[in-house]
Ligand binder design. Structure first.
Ligand code: AMP
Length: 407
């Protein structure tokens, strides 16, 4: 199935193409036509399944089709509520990307930052407001936002909102909205509490569900995915979410890279910690304990930091960057599939790393199977650049200096 067949207009399809998406994800295939038809929706989907586009794309289309030439302050017509500031920021970024060819204004508001700039921006008129419940209510109390013209309400990660105790805030927000509106509710789980909320909130909802793909394989499966360097993070988030990986050890070459990636994954809504030589022992122990007991899904590590760690029987290892030393590849993937457990090791390889891959394959004496996820194929026009951090020109079969290996 292609995006063209979902009934989205050309401006939105352009934005989707610019994101590099080729085929809609299962949640997008199911949800987009339902939302375009104006129905209420109850969707069971996790972060990483493409759920943000599943609600944003049709919402943008509905708003741009029914755009009335209102003079003066534009009323908020779509309200997207999220449980956390990070998720609000992430959703807002997606809304901006997807609406780049449309004449719609969006704004994100959340607590912990000065309220005044948010009030100023609201005064200018906003079509789509992405908000955390507490700050939204503060703004409403200050008469900075009028919610009486909201046509579409999206509750994103509704289960997390309830877990975080937002039910009263949500009820207060609902009381400010017009009774006639379209409601879209996204939740990773459907507890009794969520069912109660959906019964109250939704009218004859269509219900869609994407079952997390079962990734358990019969044996350790190695694979290589060629991808552009600047799209690795997006691909990783997508793989973790769409395949519902719960415990992933990710390898980076540098401490800085590990920190940066951990920050970005957290922004994507995937709980992540980084461990490397600059972290205190206490921080490492905590990160490891959280990783083992499932409080964080992803641990980003450098080779040396991971060496001392007692983490066995991992289901997933990702080489976000290939190691400079091919033997390190063997150590890394040895973390998965231990003790007769199944495991998967995927390497994300950009054009700069082709030589490193050849070195690994020479060591293994075999070619690692290639996989491709639609939409993440590398751009063939991008030329290889030397690998940063002083590793340029160094023979990858020689051992780096001790100093360099403390990463
Ligand atoms: P989400 O579940 O909305 O957090 O999306 C997870 C990741 O999947 C984000 O990085 C999106 O950019 C990416 N994504 C969303 N839809 C698609 C698609 N149709 N094809 C490829 N990637 C996608």
């Amino acid at each position: 199935m292609s995006f063209d067949s979902l009934g989205l207009n050309a401006n939105i399809l352009d934005a989707v193409t610019k994101q590099g998406y080729l085929v809609p994800t299962p949640i997008q295939q199911q949800a987009i036509p339902v939302v375009l038809a104006g129905c209420d929706l109850m969707a069971c989907a996790q972060t990483g399944t493409g759920k943000t586009a599943a609600f944003t794309l049709p919402v943008l289309q509905l708003l741009s089709h029914n755009q009335s030439p209102i003079k003066g302050r534009r009323p908020v017509r779509a309200l997207i509520l999220t449980p956390t500031r990070e998720l609000a920021a992430q959703v807002a970024e997606n809304v901006r990307d997807y609406s780049q060819c449309l004449k719609l204004r969006s704004l994100v508001v959340f607590g912990g930052v000065n309220i005044n700039p948010q009030m100023m921006k609201l005064r200018g008129g906003v079509d789509i407001l992405i908000a955390t419940p507490g700050r939204l209510l503060d703004l409403e109390q200050k008469n900075a936002v009028d919610l009486s013209k909201v046509e579409i309400l999206v509750l994103d990660e509704a289960d997390r909102m309830l877990d975080m105790g937002f039910i009263h805030d949500i009820r207060r927000v609902l009381a400010k909205l017009p009774t006639k509106r379209q409601n879209l509710l996204f939740s990773a789980t459907f507890s009794n509490e969520i069912k109660l909320l959906t019964n109250k909130l939704l009218h004859n909802p269509a219900s869609v569900e994407v079952a997390p793909r079962n990734t358990a394989s019969e044996r350790i499966k190695q694979s290589v995915h060629f991808v552009d360097k600047n799209r690795k993070r997006q691909l990783l988030s997508y793989m973790i979410g769409s395949q519902n990986w719960q415990q992933v050890l990710v390898f980076n070459r540098t401490k800085h890279g590990a920190n940066h990636l951990a920050e970005q994954l957290n922004k994507d809504g995937i709980t992540t910690a980084a461990i490397h030589g600059n972290k205190s022992q206490g921080a490492r122990t905590r990160a490891l304990a959280d990783f083992k007991n499932g409080e964080i899904r992803v641990l980003v590590a450098t080779d040396i930091a991971a060496r001392g760690l007692d983490i066995d029987q991992l289901p997933h290892v990702v080489n976000y960057e290939l190691p400079n030393v091919p033997e390190d590849y063997v150590h890394r993937i040895g973390r998965t599939g231990r003790a007769d457990c199944t495991g998967e090791a995927i390497s994300l390889v950009c054009v700069d790393e082709h030589k490193l891959l050849r070195d690994v394959e020479r060591l293994l004496k075999c070619e690692i199977p290639r996989i491709t996820i639609e939409g993440y194929q590398p751009d063939p026009t991008i030329k290889a650049a030397p690998i940063q951090n002083g590793r340029q020109g160094r023979s990858s079969t020689s051992r780096p200096s001790k100093k360099r290996r403390v990463v």
